[in-house]
Design a binder for this molecule. Structure first.
Ligand code: GEK
Length: 244
């Protein structure tokens, strides 16, 4: 995945900004785009593997929901040593699923992976030890998030972990400006121009809806998770572990 073409999707002025979609153009540059946009992305991906190592139990399932090109799936797979486990990677973008399958096929680790093209809200979750929602919940409609997380909770085995990483917002406007400003600086330092940043922001506006850490924590506790911990944070991006 290291030879991914560079993301220049928003580099030219556009007459009309349409809502962001995970189409073939995005898939082609996705790996470059997410690394240059999300501070800490690569660390989060690598560290997810440790949760597979620590939380997978023999003959259980691990889910990567909104798997995109399979980075988290591969991190889980490479650290998975329990017998009889299976990873189920799901995305509703056909070109993402295609790219994910290619990356899985090229990987030499042995745990079986099933790559599924479906809406994550329609997937049956059963016998799960680990569920990864890495920057995916933010694309689910706000009013559907409670029901969706309740479903994940129900499919998780006791002692299992839900790994939720999200872009977040802050209730204090000064902190919002501070954290968002630093993410902007991160994107600029990674070579994105002001035009690219503002056009992409407009395209994502109605599609990616961030919530505050308090909202995430409250929802997870409402669903029944007994422990909710932040295990990674970088500006306006966090990763939480919720244990059943
Ligand atoms: C990573 N987890 O590299 N059903 C299925 N897939 C969906 C849905 C849905 N309802 N909504 C969005 N997606 C990945 C990164 S990207 C994050 C996740 C980002 C999929 C969508 O097609 C895309 O592939 C992914 O969720 C979000 O760790 O681009 O900021």
């Amino acid at each position: 995945m290291s030879d991914t073409p560079r993301d220049k999707l928003f580099s030219q002025p556009r007459d009309m900004i349409v809502d962001f979609v995970f189409d073939e153009q995005v898939v082609r540059v996705f790996s470059d785009m997410i690394r240059r946009s999300v501070p800490g992305y690569e660390s989060i991906i690598t560290l997810l593997g440790l949760f597979a190592q620590e939380y997978a139990r023999p003959h259980t399932q691990l889910y990567d929901l909104g798997c995109s090109t399979g980075a988290a799936t591969l991190a889980l797979r490479r650290r998975l040593s329990q017998p009889g486990c299976r990873i189920i990677a799901v995305d509703n973008s056909a070109p993402m699923v295609e790219a994910c399958q290619i990356n899985i096929n090229a990987d030499k680790s042995s745990a079986p992976v099933e790559v599924v093209c479906a809406d994550i809200q329609d997937v049956q979750i059963t016998n799960a030890a680990v569920i990864v929602l890495n920057f995916t919940l933010q694309f689910i409609a706000l009013e559907q998030r409670d029901e969706f997380l309740q479903k994940l909770y129900a499919g998780l085995n006791p002692g299992g972990v839900l790994l939720l990483a999200e872009k977040i917002c802050f209730t204090d406007p000064a902190e919002q400006q501070f954290q968002e400003g630093l993410q902007l600086a991160f994107k600029k330092a990674n070579g994105y121009s002001d035009l690219e940043i503002s056009q992409k922001r407009s395209a994502l506006e109605k599609v990616l809806i961030p919530e505050s850490i308090e909202q995430h924590r409250a929802r997870l506790l409402r669903c029944g998770f007994r422990q909710v911990y932040v295990w990674f944070t970088a500006f306006n991006f966090i990763a939480l572990a919720a244990i059943k």
